[in-house]
Ligand binder design. Structure first.
Ligand SMILES: Cc1ncc(COP(=O)(O)O)c(C=O)c1O
Length: 428
């Protein structure tokens, strides 16, 4: 069986999350709803941690800092922490979530090209492991804030290796033309400046070349830029004791070739480990992507002379990846019966033609009121959801064998309205 389907499979004709029929959850929680499998996350974590351990049996295990942006529900953060993960955060909001989930600040790394003053201050006060610095002006700001707080900031520089990675132009981050990191032209200068700053301790380098990197050789290419750089920095008297090599591991959405984890781990062992630093990774999508589905109900089957539309109750506000990245999600009818195949455009209710999950997809013939599941929706699904068209954010559910917990209530209209206010001068 395809690994992506391992924890979302049919039992007695019913699509299940682990051992729980999705129809049962839908009846109790409603739709649209994100359903996650704890076992699926554990299995991904074990594969990655296991491959690294096998390639480097004699070393301390690398610190796996789960990229919270992929799915930042505090239950997911707490669960991944229980498996052994630290966290990679990109905002103060994610720091707040991390602390709420009980993540040890000493296992948190912070990235982001536009960190704000208040965010930097919060991270320094929390005592996180390191701030991954993306520019010299950011370095200067961190030094200033650390000085005001009378603290010393542990930082690494995000190295831009000028390597293309990433499954889509919008999630490619490691080329000179991308906004991320510091390139060849300024990395030495940045290190030199940092070393003279009273409130900064430069500890090493970080790197992240993109997301859904299925050109796996890109990882090797990026890693291979590090030994010469590290040696050069060390030769010039700089300390390099941490290397954070980012995330980007791909998952299967359709028929992509899976990353050979053992090859990846061996590259880490052969290229990074000899540099004798702490090794940090930032996997996001890999840990949670295949561990979630978006459950939705068919509202209407709308037939036209040209095509048949399956109008479902999930929209682009719930799952924006198809509209934003032309991303593919497998779609499954929750009730498996023997029925003819039919070609559908699967669309949501949002008032944009862009609210189209797929065109011309072959699916079993479906009827109004039936349930479907968008597979591989655990990463960058709920995390990118919005209230567009004043549609409430969907519920999130975590399944553990044959039980489930609602880890986020469906948003109510009152929740949405509570954020807004009509000024008195308009009311009058
Ligand atoms: C700096 C950084 N690290 C890690 C990640 C996680 O990437 P992925 O989910 O592809 O593993 C991202 C994603 O954008 C990122 O920007």
């Amino acid at each position: 069986m395809n690994k992506m389907n391992q924890h979302f499979d049919f039992i007695d004709g019913q699509l299940c999350a682990e051992n729980l029929p999705l129809s049962k959850i839908a009846a109790e929680v409603g739709t649209p709803a994100y359903i996650y499998s704890a076992a699926a996350m554990k299995s991904q974590y074990d594969s990655l941690a296991g491959a690294l351990k096998q390639a480097m049996p004699d070393r301390d295990a690398p610190l796996l800092c789960y990229a919270a942006k992929a799915n930042s529900n505090i239950a997911i953060l707490a669960y991944l922490k229980s498996l052994g993960c630290g966290l990679e955060i990109v905002s103060e909001g994610e720091l707040v979530r991390a602390l709420e989930a009980g993540i040890d600040p000493k296992t948190i790394v912070s990235t982001g090209v536009g960190k704000q003053k208040s965010e930097i201050a919060a991270q320094l006060k929390a005592g996180i492991h390191q701030i991954n610095v993306e520019s010299i002006p950011e370095l200067e700001l961190i030094n200033q804030i650390a000085s005001e707080l009378n603290l010393k900031a542990d930082i690494v520089f995000r190295w831009n290796p000028n390597v293309k990675g990433g499954g889509h132009e919008k999630i490619t981050t490691g080329r000179t033309r991308d906004k991320f990191g510091i390139g060849e032209d300024r990395i030495e200068e940045a290190y030199g400046l940092a070393e003279q700053m009273e409130n900064i301790t430069p500890r090493g380098l970080s790197m992240h070349i993109g997301s859904q990197v299925f050109t796996v050789e890109s990882f090797k290419q990026a890693f291979e830029t590090l030994p010469a750089l590290v040696q050069k920095l060390r030769a010039n008297g700089h300390t390099v004791e941490r290397l954070d090599i980012g995330g980007g591991f791909p998952i299967v959405y359709k028929d992509e070739k899976l990353l050979d984890l053992n090859a990846y781990a061996q590259w880490v062992a052969d290229i990074i480990a000899p540099l004798d630093t702490q090794i940090i990774l930032e996997p996001g999508r890999y840990l949670v992507g295949n561990a979630g589905v978006l459950l939705s109900e068919v509202l209407f089957v709308k037939k036209t002379d040209e095509r048949d539309f399956l109008v479902v109750d999930a929209g682009m506000n719930d799952l924006i990846r198809p509209a934003m990245y032309e991303a593919h999600h497998e779609i499954e009818a929750v009730q498996s019966t023997n029925r003819p195949w039919q070609t559908y455009d699967v669309v949501g209710p949002v008032c944009e033609t862009g609210d189209t999950f797929t065109r011309g997809r072959e699916l079993p013939e479906l009827e109004q009121g039936e349930l479907i599941a968008f597979k591989s929706a655990g990463a960058y699904g709920f995390a990118m959801a919005s209230n567009y068209n004043t549609r409430p954010l969907p519920a999130e559910v975590l399944v553990n064998n044959n039980t489930y917990s609602i880890i986020r209530q469906r948003q109510s209209y009152q929740d949405i309205l509570d954020q807004e206010n009509i000024p008195d001068w308009i009311r009058k």
